[in-house]
Structures are given as C-alpha cells and as structure tokens.
Design a protein around this ligand. Sequence first.
Ligand code: ZN
Length: 448
Amino acid sequence: MERIVIDGAHVVTVSGQEFPGGHVVVEGNRITAVGPGPAPTGPGRVVDGRGCLLTPGLVNTHHHLYQWVTRGLAVDHTLFEWLTTLYPVWAGIDEHAVHTGATGALATLALSGCTTSTDHHYVFPREGGDVLGAEIRAAAEVGLRFHPTRGSMDLGRSAGGLPPDHVVEDRDAILAASADAVARWHDPAPDSMLRIALAPCSPFSVTGDLMRESAELARDRGVRLHTHLAETADEEDFCRERFGCSPTEYVAGLGWTGPDVWFAHTVHLDDDAVKAIGASGTGVAHCPTSNGRLGAGIARLRDLADAGARVGLGVDGAASNEGTNLLEEVKHAVLFARAVGGPTALSVRAALELGTLGGATVLGREAEIGSIEPGKLADLALWRLDGLGHAGIADPVAALVLGAAPPLERLLVNGRTVVERDRVVTVDTGAVAERCAAVHRDLVAKAG
Ligand code: ZN
C-alpha cells in the first residue's frame, strides 16, 4: 500500500480545523493522519507542500459532460431559445462524441480541483450506442470519482413539451434502461468510484408519470434522484399554465422531495418553496455561472441553506458554462450571494465548504469525502499560492476563493495522482482537445 506524506502546506480540513504548516498522511486510498507541524517519520513518498494550500477535492453536483463538444452556441439566448437551438445538435451524439466530450470536460474539471463529479445525461439517440457506458469509461480513464445519472426525456413537442419528438424516448424503455444502468454499474461500497442516480430531465421535457415511476424505481434500488427545477421564469409559467402550481409543488406531488433527491438550480422559489425544500432536507446544486450565462437569475442560496437544504455547487453543462471550472463556482457563489444579500451573506470559508463537504452531502457521501479527516478517502487538492498571483495575500483561503485560480500542484483522487504541476497525468489533453474540436465540427455540420 503506497504511503504519501504531504508536509508543510496550510491545511484546511473543512471540518473546523486549519493547520498552517501542517501535514496529511495518505495510505492507499485513505487519509490516515492530519495535524500541525511535520508528519511523524515513516516510509513513503514526501510531497513538499510549502507555499501551498491543501483542501479537500471539490465535488461537482451538476453537469452535462457531453456538452463539452457543443460549447459556444446560442451564446446570447434565453434558456428555452438556447435549448431549441441545441436539441438538433445534441440529437447527433453517439458513443464517440460522448466519450470525447466527457474526457475533455472531466480533465478540465480535474484541473480546477474537482475530485468527484456527477453527470446528468439525458440525450439517448436511437443510433447513438451505449452513451452512458462511454462517459463511465471516460471517468475511469481520467480517474475521477463519478456519479453519473441515467437521465431521460419522454415529453416531446407534439405532446406539449419543449424537445423535438425525435430526441425523446418511450417511458417503458427509459425505466428498463434505468434499472439496467443501476444493475450494471452502481457500486454502493463505501469507497465507491462509481454510483448511479436516476434523473428525468425537467418539468417541461418529461411526463409526471415518468417522474413518479422513476422515484419508485430509485427508492426500490436504493439510488438517488436528480432533476432540473425552477431554473427560469419560463419554467414557472409553463408549470402554472399546465399544472396550476409552482414547479416545486408539482414535483413534491410526484414524490420528489427528501434527502435522496437533489435539484439543479432552484433559482425561482417563493418562501413556501424554500421552506419545503429546507424542511425535507432536499439537496440543491447551485450553479451560479450557468445561471448568469443564461440570465436565469440568482438562487436564494443563503435562504435555502438557512432553511436546512443540503447545498452543493455545480458547473452545469459546458454549453452554458464554457469554462467548466469548479473553483470558479466557489468564487461566483460568494459574489452572487453578496451581490443580493450584502457583505455577510457568504464567507469565503463557507463557500469552500459548499464546494467540498456541501457537495458530498448532496451526493450522500459526507461520511467518505468532502473534508480532510483520518478514515476519509484521499481526495485532495494542493494549490500553489507562492507565485505572482497569490504571494502576499495573508489569508490562503481568501487567496484561493477570491484570487485568480492558482496553479494546481497536485490532485489526488482515491489516493492516486491525477494532476501534477497543473498537468493532467492520466490522459493526453492535447490529443483530447484535437478530438473535441473534430467532434464539434461534425455535430454542427450534421445538424445542418
Ligand atoms: Zn443542467
């Protein structure tokens, strides 16, 4: 079992302790010691952490990885306009496109300090092959802990939904594929690198029956539930018109609340919705950059957290967040919260906690990841803060959260090095970039 000692870094455990010039010891895939001063002597490799900040790896709670190869389209549009532009492009994806896009997006996430990511995949073209398997392969190759969801859409345009009919699936086929994905891939082990959740896409692209039956299936199989909710005012109008209630009331009536459920966005919530989400311990993936990019609004982050919601951060799909930088979400969470709630709405340490332990809690992994504690899995980010961009900022957490994104000295996932000196060591990012550009050109040409 390999032993790695990180010595001399400013260690922020996110579980209430900070050790300037502290140490962390990793044995195999677990943290075995953390504390002040140098590590007790012993065998193994020593990583010099002087000049660096050591944090838990960041946890991304919302993404659409395949969108990495459809970035930069409909850049000045509303969500509904953007979706109707992109659906025909997305209809052309296949295993190769998804594997390529997911590899590019996951490698980029790793460079932003992310060690665990979910993915919400909901486009399954009939001729596309095993696209969920393709992104699972990509995550294993890059080396990130992965929580993909088997997403779905069954409400096409002819039935009053937003997506064109040819990108939606039949409900029975979706439920069978969902059960199959759980049986094939879901690993409930405490050090799991791969867990599945079920994720009908949004109120305007799936039927109520699919929402209800997906919830029953997920609970029967012991997996979590995820969907988009209350992202835009258009969605609020859609739900009021079609169902006579708010999006939150609509999904609550279908069994979609509780600690095993997490929603992406929740921007447009009234006080009752905030209370309902909080009281039920439902999770929220706050995606400030995407919400700004699409002009959706600013989520009531402080109110949700105060009400008891489990809150984490997400980059959202790369077609609405071309950067896919999870550290940037930590910064944007602070800026957005303060812009609407004043200077005390969110501290830099509370924001770092949202991006780490908060995300772990949303995914039900708070006992295993999200903080630096003996016994937890070795998912760690070592940030270099002694260069031109950060040297002289007295508070290292402020330097990380408010400063420019610092060089990533090392990223460990499950005890394995994925990034070293700002370079992904598991895949050839230059070759991946070339493949991504080629796939993008093909998809846009095919959509004609
Ligand atoms: Zn999304």
